[in-house]
Design a protein around this ligand. Structure first.
Ligand code: V47
Ligand code: SF4
Length: 391
């Protein structure tokens, strides 16, 4: 079905426009799927203005001006990890575990209790892979969180953590997902995907679950009726082909299961890790990537810019490059990006601040729950100076 988008149609008639880019623009207008070659062409030749116009068209066709956020906090059970991902600034090896942290179930429950009577809707649990924190431990944690606060949506564990947990417990992926789901786990975050291509994985994260293992875990979660997210860590040793290969594998699984909610590109940050010699991507390259992701991932309903990693200003810009979700209020409860050099050293915004950030970019802030049920539209809400200034 073709709809009218006069501004983009004028852009497509520009005399100097490359013919292959023009053909891709025509496809976007006709709502036709882009091929891997189209994706490569966009990376190689698409300028920021052209990509932004097309991605914004798709974003507005899908969501209008709505920009989602949620009220959440993170629990990071440990930063001790048996794996050695070279981009990771956060983890401490098991042999150096006295430099890291390990939370007990009671300590994690205390974090949850700290939010009693606060209108948060989600707890996001993610951390390192600690050999002593196994399936039983996390089943108990989830059951206790659920018993304490049944209305809180529990989103937890990357496929990397689950792969280890299930292997240690000697259960199949399907059994493991069922056990966690029955305990109260409702959805999964998208971490651990990095770049799927084996040549890149061999260089940056050779010892953790591979692409097929990551995809099998998400597929099992989808079969169980759970929704999950997917990430792509970009801007290090990968090339454009690797990025397209990554997005193609996710798009194919989504065709099969429909279980992914959100695609989240994660910009590689280079402080305090083994890959610090690699320069970070420019903001222009970040915006081009978000736009291409919106155009390529046509069956992903949402595209998220994770503001604690990008910083507030770039996150605001992404809203004109296909992004329709900024994640959550976070409440200063994650260390993954501050330790890797992100501008946000204490990531926390209250609802008023996050809503105003979205409004200043000319969009409508809508609070959502984890699975995108709309909770409240903040477009017309008047905030006091106190709310805007206070944490
Ligand atoms: O898998 C680690 C990334 C991920 C660095 O699903 C780094 O809603 C950049 O997946 N530079 C974990 N990135 C976090 C994650 C996530 C975050 C927010 C929301 C959701 C969601 C998922 O963090 C890891 C890895 O790709 N990461 N180190 C770094 N130096
Ligand atoms: Fe461990 Fe995750 Fe860091 Fe890799 S990215 S070393 S799996 S905490």
């Amino acid at each position: 079905m073709r709809q009218d988008y006069p501004a983009v149609e004028v852009l497509l008639q520009q005399p100097g426009l490359d013919q292959s880019l023009k053909a891709i623009g025509e496809k976007v207008l006709r709502q036709e799927r882009l091929t891997p070659q189209d994706g490569l062409t966009l990376f190689e030749k698409g300028d920021i203005g052209y990509l932004g116009a097309l991605a914004n068209l798709v974003r507005e066709r899908m969501h209008g001006d709505k920009t989602y956020f949620n009220r959440n906090f993170h629990i990071e059970p440990t930063n001790v990890c048996i794996f050695t991902c070279h981009f990771c600034s956060y983890s401490r090896l098991y042999k150096n575990r006295e430099d890291g942290w390990e939370l007990s179930i009671d300590q994690m429950l205390d974090i949850v209790k700290g939010y009693d009577n606060q209108p948060v809707t989600e707890v996001h649990i993610v951390g390192g892979v600690h050999p002593k924190m196994q399936l039983e431990f996390f089943v108990e944690l989830i059951q206790k969180i659920r018993a304490h606060r049944p209305d809180l949506h529990i989103k937890g564990f990357t496929a990397v953590e689950l792969d280890y947990m299930f292997r240690k417990a000697k259960v199949t992926i399907e059994e493991g997902m069922r056990i966690l789901n029955e305990a109260g786990l409702q959805s999964m975050p998208g971490g651990g995907a990095e770049i799927f291509h084996p040549d890149v994985r061999a260089k940056i994260c050779h010892d953790k679950v591979d692409a097929d293992g990551w995809l099998a875990i998400h597929k099992a979660a989808h079969k169980q009726g759970m929704h999950t997210n997917a990430t792509m860590l970009y801007g290090h040793v990968e090339n454009f082909e690797h990025r397209i290969d990554h997005m193609e594998r996710l798009r194919s699984l989504q065709d099969e299961t429909g279980g992914f909610n959100t695609f989240i590109p994660l910009k590689f940050r280079n402080k305090g890790n083994d890959m610090s010699d690699i320069p970070e991507t420019s903001v222009v390259e970040d915006l081009r990537l978000y736009a291409i992701a919106r155009l390529y991932m046509d069956n992903f309903p949402h595209l998220k810019a994770y503001w604690p990693m990008l910083g507030r200003n770039t996150a605001q810009l992404t809203l004109s490059f296909g992004v329709n979700d900024l994640d959550g209020t976070i409440d200063d409860t994650t260390k993954i990006y501050s330790m890797a050099g992100a501008e946000e050293q204490n990531p926390s915004m209250n609802t008023a601040q996050l809503a105003m950030l979205i409004r200043q970019a000319g969009r409508r802030p809508v609070e959502r729950d984890t699975v995108y049920n709309e909770i409240k539209d903040y477009t017309e809400v008047v905030f006091s100076d106190e709310e805007l200034l206070l944490k």
